[in-house]
Design a protein around this ligand. Structure first.
Ligand SMILES: [Zn+2]
Length: 421
C-alpha cells in the first residue's frame, strides 16, 4: 500500500473514488507491447472515468475513498459484446433436438420452427416477459466481464413490435450495470403478413424509420443482406433512408454467400460489417478504405457447422479492425459466453488470443462508434474494467468453460468491490 494514500478523504476534499494499486494492465492500446501491457501500475477512478494511470512509483499524493490492492492481478477493459440479439421471446431448443433426431428442414418449418417461431414468440410476449427472459442471458454476459452490449431488434417486424423490443433493450440498460447500444433490425426477415410481398415489406421498413429515429430508441440501423433475406438493392434503399435520418448503419453481410455485402457496407461508411465468411479481397479493401470494422462471429459458424472461413489474413493485411461478438440469438448462436467466443475465434479462425481480446474490447467499441470513450484503459475513458485471476491475458482465450473473472466495474461502479484491506 502506498504511504501517500489516505482513506477516507477529509470532508470537502477532492479525492479519487477508487484507487487500484499494484495492477497489471492489459490496456489494449496499440503501444508496441502485446496487449498494450503495463506492469506495476496504479489506476484511479473519478466520476466514472479513468482519472489517472501510471507506475506505482509515480502515484500522486491524492486521497481515495476506496483502495483496492490488486496484488499483481490483470485488469482489462470491460468487455464489449458488439453484436447480439439478446432480447427475444422463446427459444429453439425443441428445433435443435428435432434436427438432431433426423427431422428435415421442411418438417421443422412445418412444425413452426425457424425464425418465424421466434417472431411469433416475441410478438406474444409483453415487455415484462421479454425483460425477464433477457435478464439471465445478460447476467451470463456480465459474469464474464461484459460492460457494454449491443442489442438488436428484428423479431417484431412491425413498428410497434420493433419499438417494444428496443424499449426492453433500453430498460435493461436502466436495470443492469451495463452500457447498451441499440440497433433497429427491421430488415431481418419477412413477417408472415408480408410473406408474398417483399417490396411491400421493404417499403414498410423504410416507413418505420422516421418514427424509430424520432423515438430515440435506436442508435443504429442494421439489415440482413443474404439470399435468404434481403438483396443488396433492398438493403441500399433502407440504408439511404437511415442515413437521411442521421442514423449510422451496420450490416449482416456475406455470411452464407458473397453478395458484395462488405463493399455495400463500406459504400455507406457502415460502423461495421458482420459475419463476412464469404467476403472477397475487394470487399476487405473497401472496408479498409471506409474505416468499417469487421465483426467476426464464430458462434454462428460453429452452430451451423459452416466450412467457409472468414478472410482473417486479408483483414490483417488491409488493416481492417476485427471485432468479436457472441451474436447471442436463439437460432444460430444461443451463446452467452464471450470467453468461449474468443476460444472459438482462435481455434476455428486462427485469430491470436491478443486479436480475440482486442475484438471484445478496443475493436468492439469501434464497431459501436464508441472508440473515443470505451474499449481501452486510457485516462479520460469510461472506468469500465474487468479484473481477472489469470497469469497472462492469453489465458482468457485459452480455456473452455472456465471463468476467471474476479469482478467488473462499469462507469467506476461495481456490484461487489473488495474493500480496502
Ligand atoms: Zn446477428
Amino acid at each position: 500500500m502506498s504511504a501517500s494514500v489516505s482513506i477516507p478523504p477529509a470532508p470537502g476534499e477532492e479525492g479519487w473514488d477508487i484507487l487500484f494499486t499494484d495492477a497489471r494492465l492489459a490496456t489494449m492500446v496499440p503501444n508496441g507491447t502485446p496487449y498494450g501491457a503495463l506492469e506495476g501500475m496504479a489506476l484511479a477512478v473519478k466520476d466514472g472515468h479513468i482519472a489517472w494511470l501510471g507506475p506505482m512509483a509515480d502515484l500522486p499524493n491524492q486521497s481515495a475513498r476506496r483502495l483496492v490492492p490488486l496484488e499483481g492481478r490483470w485488469v482489462t477493459p470491460g468487455l464489449v459484446d458488439c453484436h447480439t440479439h439478446l432480447v427475444h421471446g422463446g427459444d429453439r431448443a425443441a428445433e435443435f433436438e428435432l434436427r438432431l433426431t433426423g427431422a428435415s428442414y421442411e418438417e421443422i418449418a412445418r412444425a413452426g420452427g425457424g425464425i418465424a417461431s421466434t417472431v411469433a414468440a416475441t410478438r406474444a410476449a409483453d415487455e415484462q416477459a421479454l425483460l425477464a427472459s433477457a435478464g439471465p442471458r445478460l447476467e451470463a454476459l456480465l459474469s464474464e466481464g461484459v460492460t457494454t452490449v449491443e442489442i438488436k431488434s428484428g423479431y417484431g417486424l412491425s413498428l410497434d413490435e420493433e419499438a417494444k423490443m428496443l424499449r426492453v433493450a433500453r430498460r435493461l440498460a436502466a436495470d443492469y450495470p451495463v452500457t447498451v447500444r441499440t440497433t433497429f433490425l427491421g430488415a431481418h426477415a419477412l413477417p408472415p403478413e408480408f410473406e408474398d410481398d417483399r417490396p411491400g415489406y421493404v417499403q414498410a421498413v423504410i416507413d418505420m424509420l422516421p418514427a424509430i429515429a424520432r423515438s430515440g430508441l435506436a442508435d443504429a440501423v442494421d439489415a440482413f443482406c443474404e439470399k435468404i433475406a434481403f438483396t443488396p438493392e433492398e438493403t441500399a434503399r433502407i440504408f439511404e433512408a437511415a442515413q437521411a435520418l442521421g442514423l449510422p448503419v451496420k450490416l449482416h453481410a456475406d455470411q452464407l454467400s458473397d453478395l458484395g455485402g462488405a463493399a455495400l457496407a463500406a459504400r455507406f461508411k457502415a460502423l461495421s460489417a458482420d459475419h463476412l465468411e464469404y467476403t472477397s479481397e475487394e470487399g476487405v479493401a473497401a472496408m479498409a478504405a471506409a474505416g468499417t470494422v469487421a465483426v467476426i462471429l464464430p458462434g454462428a459458424f460453429y452452430v451451423l457447422r459452416e466450412t467457409q472461413l472468414p478472410p482473417i489474413e486479408a483483414f490483417r493485411r488491409h488493416g481492417v479492425p476485427m471485432a468479436l461478438a457472441t451474436d447471442c440469438n436463439p437460432g444460430s448462436a444461443p451463446l452467452t459466453s464471450p470467453l468461449l467466443a474468443m476460444n472459438m475465434a482462435c481455434t476455428l479462425f486462427r485469430m491470436t488470443p491478443e486479436e480475440a481480446l482486442a475484438g471484445f474490447t478496443r475493436n468492439g467499441a469501434l464497431a459501436l462508434g464508441l472508440g473515443a470513450s470505451h474499449g481501452t484503459l486510457e485516462v479520460g475513458k469510461a472506468a469500465d474494467l474487468a479484473v481477472w485471476e489469470v497469469e497472462r491475458p492469453g489465458e482468457l482465450a485459452y480455456r473452455l468453460g472456465f471463468n476467471p473473472l474476479l469482478y467488473a466495474i462499469r462507469d467506476g461502479r461495481a456490484r461487489e468491490l473488495p474493500m480496502a484491506a
